[in-house]
Design a protein around this ligand. Structure first.
Ligand SMILES: [Zn+2]
Length: 277
């Protein structure tokens, strides 16, 4: 098959990584606009400090940042390293999903899902918010793929639709109960409402078996991340008069979703084998 030739695969990998870089740049901008109440569709990209509209040469992913030595070309203010880092991360995410799923409709589904996960990770990091629009987008992408499976005869539409929704509830309901109990015990918000909704989404994509791995990984990442960034976040939250949350779960759940896309099935196979099932 043509698609199996190493040359074709290499070329596709290159193209999809490049697409990831460009999308990373766009998604960064999208997340920034969502947290700053700017129109997502209107207006041109501008420096967040001086407001100067950016030219094409300022918008090349990673390279523009490197060439300008991490500063705005107009006002000289530092531009966060987060921008090129996110662009690279997006390229790596796209490339790994392509390597795992090849030239397939599922690759398109998961690349789209990963893109939304990136946006909500950024908004959660900045503002402790997972916008409802991102949750709706995740659900819509999943349902579109489920309908595709049904229409193309790969699966029985009512059955996959039912399993998809059951997967969501099977993950979200126990987490919701746990969150309510922990909130009572700790006297502070443990999981945010957005985190529970995001885990509902994860259940829709991966089913409850893979989500056992996903939730465990998200907790480990969240705690590790929380320990590292606790001091900075506490200072920031008290500056803004808010109360610091214990653990930033949005980006951790997103990262765990990515890991589950890549190795979820193998991990489930491994632990079911471990219990002799
Ligand atoms: Zn500037």
């Amino acid at each position: 098959m043509l698609a199996d030739s190493p040359l074709v695969m290499g070329y596709c990998l290159f193209v999809i990584a490049l697409l990831g870089l460009c999308m990373g740049s766009f998604l960064n901008c999208l997340a920034w606009r969502m947290t700053h109440d700017e129109s997502v569709l209107k207006g041109r990209s501008h420096c967040t400090t001086c407001g100067h509209v950016l030219a094409a040469r300022d918008l090349v992913p990673v390279l523009s940042w490197v060439m300008a030595k991490g500063r705005c070309r107009y006002c000289g203010e530092r531009v966060s390293g987060r921008y090129p880092a996110t662009e690279l991360l997006c390229a790596v995410a796209y490339a790994t999903i392509f390597l795992r799923y090849g030239l397939s409709v599922q690759t398109i589904e998961l690349v789209a899902f990963a893109s939304v996960l990136l946006v909500l990770s950024l908004t959660d990091l900045d503002d402790y918010v997972i916008p409802n629009a991102t949750i709706v987008a995740c659900v819509a992408i999943r349902l579109a793929y489920v309908v595709y499976q049904g229409m193309s005869g790969q699966a029985d539409l009512p059955v996959v639709l039912r399993d998809t929704l059951l997967g969501g509830f099977a993950v979200a309901i126990p987490v919701l109960v746990l969150a309510l109990v922990m909130d009572r015990v700790l006297g502070t918000e443990s999981f945010g409402g957005g985190d529970v909704k995001l885990l509902f989404v994860a259940g829709m994509y991966f089913g409850w078996q893979q989500c056992l791995f996903l939730v465990m990984l998200a907790c480990v990442l969240g705690i590790a991340f929380g320990v590292v960034s606790q001091r900075a976040r506490t200072a920031k939250a008290s500056d803004e008069g808010g109360s610091p949350r214990l653990i930033p779960f949005g980006p951790s759940i997103a990262a765990a979703c990515w890991a589950t896309m890549l190795v979820g099935e193998q991990v489930v196979g491994w632990y079911l084998g471990f219990f002799g099932l």
